[in-house]
Design a binder for this molecule. Structure first.
Ligand SMILES: [Zn+2]
Length: 114
C-alpha cells in the first residue's frame, strides 16, 4: 500500500516542534559558551557578531557535524583551552587564511539571530 500522507499534521507538528527545540537548545548552549568565554571579542572587546575561534587550530570539520554536535565540540575545545571569541572583523583581520563564516553559517542553518 502506498504511503501517501502529505498532510499528516502530527508528523509536521512533531518536526517543527523538534526544530524549535533544537533551536532553543542551540541558542541556550551557545549563549552559555559565549558567557563562559567572557562575552566579548578577545582582541577589540566588541560584543557583537562574535565567532568562535580556535587559536591552536582544530582537528575536526564543522560542516561534517550537525549544529548541536558542533557546539559540543566547541565546548570540549573550550575545556581544552583551545577556544576564544573574536568578532567577525577581528577574525577576518587576524586569520585571513581561515574560514570566519563557520559559526555564522551554523546560525543561519538554525535561523537564530547571530
Ligand atoms: Zn574584535
Amino acid at each position: 500500500m502506498a504511503r501517501k500522507r502529505k498532510s499528516a499534521a502530527p508528523v509536521s507538528d512533531w518536526s517543527s516542534y523538534r526544530a524549535r527545540r533544537r533551536r532553543e537548545i542551540y541558542t541556550a548552549r551557545r549563549m552559555q559558551l559565549i558567557t563562559d568565554l567572557g562575552g566579548r571579542c578577545e582582541n577589540c572587546g566588541a560584543i557583537e557578531k562574535l565567532e568562535f575561534d580556535h587559536p591552536h587550530g582544530r582537528e575536526w570539520t564543522p560542516r561534517k557535524h550537525d549544529v548541536l554536535t558542533r557546539l559540543k565540540k566547541y565546548a570540549a575545545d573550550y575545556a581544552a583551552g583551545n577556544l576564544r571569541l573574536l568578532c567577525s572583523h577581528c577574525n577576518k583581520i587576524l586569520l585571513p587564511d581561515r574560514d570566519p563564516w563557520i559559526d555564522r553559517e551554523t546560525a543561519r542553518e538554525l535561523e537564530v539571530p547571530f
